[in-house]
Write a protein that binds this ligand. Structure first.
Ligand code: MIG
Length: 818
């Protein structure tokens, strides 16, 4: 290609020379055709303001600085002064929410300020930096923004290089299978089907161009909203520099101020959205395999759960349920009457989830292909040929999910599946994956919601738009019921449409560790509803590894066991004693903690909190915490440390500052240090923050198995005041969007002679149960009486010194008195 350009250039020059001899033209057009090689911003000589946007120019290139909120400032670069049209799949609506902001100018700089941050544009060299109101610089260009012409495709490679401080740490970036702290790494975003991926393999399935820096105890985020192949260097090439760049598109990034990592994550969610509330059952246990078929096998697995008394809600049909892998069809030999089967499964509490891939078999007798062909819904190459490639069904064409008409059509295709009773859809292979070639060639064209582009621009959003079409279709078809969706590929904002799993991992201890990191990282990167294939997709776990994985999975926001087709049976009872009993105990624990997880999900959905929180997110000031990646909290109150080594009988666990209770022994421990915890196979370290109220359901074999008659409230004594929340609603409708839900707040505060618990609530929903069963843990005194809303209530004390009693769910205040 390069040679070609040179030849053309030479040829053009020669022609011009020949012409010039005869006509003596004034100018030499060949001057204009030299590609631009690494051009840097010059000196800003001018500033303009239009509402919340500020423009700076060096006479040719333009930079736009937009005040989005008090904490968020967006920077864009137009190499020749013309910005691309504003459009983003990640940020559906850019609402301007800053109250006060202004432009200042002095002899050294222009400065755009909000009440929280300053964006400095240096007059000498166009360096852009950010500082907080104490004038502490948090992010600064190391060289001016620059670009290089892309001769083959047009447009520019765009680059931003910032300084990297000696102790700066980096987090985020989605599913990268490497250490939690990304310092010293160079990584790439290009969605890739990465079967049996390895530690440090890059890229994987998702592209989340968002990272958080923590330096000198202050966090900020950079969201580089660019869908092209993008690169990040966190001090890898040069320890003093952090860079991000892309093979095309616009240099456009959001600076998101902290100062806490949690603030950054919340602001990132403000831009890109959160997960909708899932149906409550989707927070239960899911069982998957490639594949359970025929029908008798599916039933056998389902019965296995009920017989073994192991709770389970979701059961999956992988690609073999289809007729020749044609999406939206059934293999009638294996599944003669899907409606009947799904109904019977549902009667036993199982929700059926089916896989749907993007490849549509080229087959004129297949209605989906015919419709897509007639309506020109499939992707085409640069010369208008259809994009064809091999995947499971054989030769396939692929819907252009970046076209809104295609999305609507696709969404409608789920009609029959919904009528059959399917409760959820699993979108796989949507990187998109193509056998042999890996993915589509670059020249494939996409409609891109009217903003047109090649596959270079659409590749990283293809999967997200597929699951968006799926989700939006299901949402319409299921009326007021919440659909469940799961996707492999995604881009920033995919959380608005789907849960994700980490793809084709391996049954190894290394992958258990990786999965733990990946889930924390996804949670930090906007994708809270995530999980790994429990047990490892390929390879064979032994009973110990499988059980350790179930234990970790109990605290994954999404909990599903999955395995490849060529592996041995892999259900929670497949490994015999003592594993089955331990697996059961943990899956039961998952169900007991459902109201806690559901409330945590609400905090995510409504307020933008991540579900899993790494230690660094809680105590970023302490540099040693930047390297902790085993422990995390599950919501705000429960600390988990999975056991990640075989044969491990005890392990060290770091507890953040404050008081904690060992979940198993009720022993109280002071945090802010590491403690050694025994880890026999039956347990993993679980600690509960003092002062917490942890709501608990009775064990059920599936969500909705029985009417909840009483909710247990586990109250952990503390001598300082602590708030806890409980969210309740119908669990499967969108009534919550009409504000039909209940938010309860509990305030626990203890003294040496009394523990008080207050409850307040807000909302329009009324749960059906009438009473709470209280279980008070860690009381430092023997009670003489318990007053509930002023009335004496009887109580008992069990062998662990826990105080138990019952009272109405509408209580306002409980006092437990010495
Ligand atoms: O080429 O549908 O990651 O979960 O079981 C393999 C079969 C296709 C890859 C997915 C895996 C799924 C499998 N799929």
């Amino acid at each position: 290609m390069e040679d070609n350009i040179l030849n053309q250039e030479l040829l053009a020059n020669r022609l011009i020379e020949e012409e010039e001899e005869e006509f003596h033209h004034l100018n030499n057009p060949a001057d204009g055709i030299k590609p631009i090689i690494k051009k840097y911003l010059g000196v800003p000589n001018h500033a303009d303001q239009l509402d919340n946007k500020f423009f700076f120019t060096d006479g040719d290139a333009k930079v736009e600085v937009t005040v989005v909120t008090d904490e968020i400032i967006r920077v864009r670069l137009a190499p020749h002064g013309v910005f691309l049209e504003e459009f983003s799949y990640a940020v559906p609506k850019l609402e301007h929410k800053a109250t006060v902001f202004a432009l200042h100018e002095d002899e050294n700089e222009f400065r755009v300020s909000t009440s929280v941050v300053n964006c400095h544009i240096r007059k000498d060299d166009f360096f852009i930096s950010f500082s907080d109101i104490q004038n502490h610089i948090t992010s600064a260009d190391a060289v001016p923004m620059h670009w290089e012409e892309n001769v083959k495709f047009g447009g520019y490679y765009v680059y931003c290089t910032k300084t990297c401080a000696s102790q700066e740490s980096f987090f985020g970036l989605g599913d990268k299978p490497t250490e939690l702290n990304l310092r010293g790494k160079r990584l790439k975003n290009w969605n890739t089907d990465a079967y049996s991926f390895a530690w440090n393999q890059d890229p994987l399935y998702r592209s989340i161009p968002f990272y958080i820096s923590v330096n000198e105890g202050i966090a900020h985020g950079i969201f580089f909203d660019n869908t092209f192949k993008a690169h990040f260097d966190f001090g890898a090439e040069d320890p003093t520099k952090t860079s991000f760049w892309a093979d095309g598109g616009e240099l456009q990034y959001y600076y998101i101020h902290g100062p806490h990592m949690m603030d950054v994550v919340k602001s990132y969610h403000l831009l890109t959205g959160t997960h909708p509330m899932p149906p409550l059952w989707a927070l239960g246990y899911h069982q998957c395999r490639w594949s359970y078929y025929p029908e008798a096998k599916v039933k056998k697995i389902a019965n296995g759960f009920r017989e073994n008394k192991i709770p389970c809600d979701g059961i999956y049909l992988d690609i073999d349920y289809m007729d020749g892998y044609r999406c939206f069809t059934w293999n009638r030999k294996y599944f003669p009457d899907p409606k009947k089967m799904i109904k019977e499964l549902a009667a036993d509490g199982f929700k059926t989830v089916v896989i749907i891939d993007p490849g549509i078999r080229v087959d004129d007798n297949y209605s989906v292909f015919k419709e897509g062909k007639e309506n020109r819904y499939f992707c085409r190459r640069c010369d208008d040929y259809f994009m064809e490639g091999h995947v499971w069904p054989g030769r396939c064409q692929f819907p252009d999910f970046t076209n809104p008409d295609v999305r609507t059509w696709w969404g409608g295709l789920f009609d029959e599946l919904v009528q059959l009773g399917v409760a959820g859809v699993w979108n796989d292979m949507n990187e998109p994956a193509v056998f042999g070639a890996g993915t589509f060639p670059d020249d494939v064209r996409h409609q891109y919601d009217g903003f047109r582009g090649s596959h270079r621009k659409a590749h990283n959003v293809y999967g997200m738009q597929m699951v968006r079409a799926t989700y939006e279709g299901l949402r319409k078809l299921m009326k007021n019921k919440r659909p469940f969706t799961i996707t492999r590929a995604g881009y920033s904002g995919v959380q608005r449409y789907s849960s994700v799993w980490t793809g084709d991992n391996v049954a190894s201890w290394e992958h258990l560790k990786l999965g733990n990191i990946q889930m924390q990282r996804l949670s930090t990167s906007g994708i809270s509803f995530c999980g790994t294939d429990i047990g490892g997709f390929s390879g064979e776990p032994d009973g110990e590894l499988f059980t350790r994985w179930i234990q970790m999975g109990t605290f994954s926001p999404f909990m599903r066991a999955h395995s490849a087709g060529d592996t041995k049976e892999r259900e929670p009872w497949s490994f015999g004693a003592p594993f089955t009993a331990i697996n059961r105990k943990f899956i039961e624990l998952r169900y007991r903690m459902l109201p806690y997880l559901y409330s945590t999900f609400w905090e995510h959905h409504r307020y933008g909190f991540p579900i899993l929180r790494s230690i660094v997110m809680q105590e970023q000031d302490e540099i040693s915490n930047h390297f902790r990646q085993d422990e995390f909290t599950y919501g705000d109150k429960i600390l988990i440390c999975p056991v990640l080594e075989p044969g491990q009988q005890s392990r060290k666990v770091y507890l953040p500052k404050g008081k904690w209770y060992n979940f198993w022994t009720y022993e109280m421990v002071d945090g802010g240090k590491e403690v050694t915890v025994p880890t026999p196979l039956e347990t993993i370290p679980i600690f509960v923050k003092a002062g917490s109220v942890i709501p608990e359901y009775p064990v059920m074999q599936y969500v909705g198995e029985k009417e909840i008659e009483e909710v247990k409230l586990n109250i952990y004594y503390s001598n300082y005041e602590v708030n806890s929340f409980l969210f309740e609603d119908y669990g499967e409708t969108f009534a919550y969007e009409q504000d039909i839900y209940l938010e309860k707040k509990f305030v626990v505060s203890g003294k040496s002679t009394v523990l008080t618990v207050q409850q307040s609530m807000e909302g329009l929903y009324t749960p059906r149960y009438e009473s709470y069963y209280f279980n008070v843990i860690g009381l430092p005194f023997a009670p003489t009486k318990i007053l509930a809303d002023g009335k004496d209530v009887p109580y008992s004390i069990d062998e662990n010194k826990c105080v138990e009693f019952k009272f109405t769910k509408n209580f306002k205040q409980i006092e437990i008195v010495k």
